[in-house]
Ligand binder design. Sequence first.
Ligand SMILES: [Fe+2]
Length: 371
Amino acid sequence: MPTFSTVKQLVTGAGCFEQLGQLARGLGRRALVVTGKHAMKEAGVTDRACNLLKAAGAEHVLFEQIGGEPTAAQVDAGRKMCAETECDMVVGIGGGSAMDAAKAIAALVRSDAPTAEYVQGRKADADRVLPCICAPTTSGTGAEVTPNAVISHPASTVKVSVRGRGVLPTAALVDPDLTITCPPGVTAASGMDALTHAIEAYVSIHATPVTDALSFHAARLLLRNLPAAYADGHDRAAREACSYASTLAGIALANARLGVIHGIAHPLGIRYHVPHGVCCGVLLPASIRLNHAAAVEKYRWLSHVAGDDIEKAVERMLDAMNVGRTLREYNIPERDFAAITKESMPSGSLKANPKKVTEEDVFQILRQVAG
Ligand SMILES: [Fe+2]
């Protein structure tokens, strides 16, 4: 039967990052702080985190190595530093990449095998993980509340991740004020990722009334507030709505899974280095056309809160935020569509899609958005 699970502590609202020190002090003595190299430092978030930990009497060690999707080698380096400095908890601050790196380090630091083996399917021992606190600085991935960490693998054409109960963070601090400095392009892409999570989880075959409550409200908040957050990053009401929405969508996807878009977006991201959220946005209208007959009632509800046909509303959002509507705009050539289709088919996300997805369906989606 469906079993719902999420992080033990979820702290939300403007200014809640101030609680980092207290929260950490309750979980351990010394934190490995995992974050990006530049943006967090420049925005002063790294210094603030260190000061908050210090003020609460928690020690910290900085691991500022994450730029872009973490590699298995970076996670290995983080595990080594975490063990050598005897940290007993991990704090991840940043976008999905920094949080995923933090989650993988916390989950694997007490294990012996190299990270690459866990990426290839070896199960992490959930009883040997360190507590992990995640604080997102974008409104998108929902990584602060999901039990998997995407790790890039140079030889692979599919996105791979370390997953399992032990990868779910212990606590999430979701402070919309941390997203104020997020640039418009990142706001648009991460917001489209969150909207895709909300819609795919909502129409997933694993959706329940519990996950519907989260995914539907997340979609509603994003449909009504994401363009405003893009147009004016200092619109705090819009930022707060998107912040809540990305976390709600993350909790929903962790319990209801995703759909065809995530199956296709992953090979696209790996092959052409197009931001994940942009891939999601480009594919979203075509996926609605594919799935419409399989989830008529739910798309009707989405159209209701969008104030327009949901497919048209999404297209308007893409235009308003200067996200392309075609693959051609991102230099993805039609001659690769057959290979992309092959690479999409093994994805677990396809299995949760409301319409059973065939190779022909994937190929047709690509054709529809070819440009
Ligand atoms: Fe996503």
